[in-house]
Design a protein around this ligand. Structure first.
Ligand code: GNR
Ligand code: NI
Length: 176
């Protein structure tokens, strides 16, 4: 298993549209396992393949406290949605930024599991939010897209500064 690198907004690769998985083969199972390890290490409650620069429709979620309830969604499709809720969202690709986003309150999602079997799940609350957030990633969307342009601009500037620091950390550290 491997911990993969998570892309950080405004990386243009977060805009890639993920393609459906044709066969849930060993390569996909390895991707799922690496994504789970990456999510746990971050730590986060969900991760979409887009965030690790793989343009395939694969999502992992674990909302448990002890990393004991991994949920895998391959080719997920929301087939019903109802109501609306506003939740303070965060994203591993937008570190240290939290903002309220409106989404459907309850959904029914149809997907394949890690064994390639189809299932349907009724979700509400934070699980519903998380599934919608992850499917957005597969469609090249990030939660900051729902915020005002002013907030988007602030977030972009802050994260670009951080990115430059991460690329050239040593000289700055030495000068200080
Ligand atoms: O870890 C995460 N927490 C979270 C909190 C509120 C709403 C959505 C999320 S998903 C996020 C992990 C992530 O970035 N998934 O794409
Ligand atoms: Ni995210």
């Amino acid at each position: 298993m491997a911990v993969l690198e998570i892309l950080v907004y405004p990386d243009p690769r977060l805009r890639n549209i993920a393609a459906p998985v044709v066969h849930v083969d060993d390569d996909i199972k390895t991707l799922v396992d690496d994504m789970a390890q990456t999510m746990y290490q971050a730590p986060g409650i969900g991760l979409a393949a887009t965030q690790v620069n793989v343009a395939k429709r694969v999502i992992v979620i674990d909302m448990s406290k002890d990393q004991s309830e991994l949920q895998v969604f391959i080719n997920p499709r929301i087939i019903e949605r109802d109501g609306s809720q506003e939740t303070e969202e965060g994203c591993l690709s937008v570190p240290d930024v939290f903002a309220p986003v409106q989404r459907a309150e309850s959904i029914v999602v149809r997907a394949l599991n890690r064994d390639g079997e189809q299932f349907e799940l009724h979700a509400d609350g934070l699980l519903s939010v998380c599934i919608q957030h992850e499917i957005d990633h597969l469609d090249g969307k990030v939660f900051v897209d729902y915020l005002s342009r002013l907030k988007q601009e602030r977030i972009r500037k802050r994260l670009q500064k951080h990115a430059k620091r991460a690329v050239h950390p040593a000289p700055e550290a030495v000068t200080l």
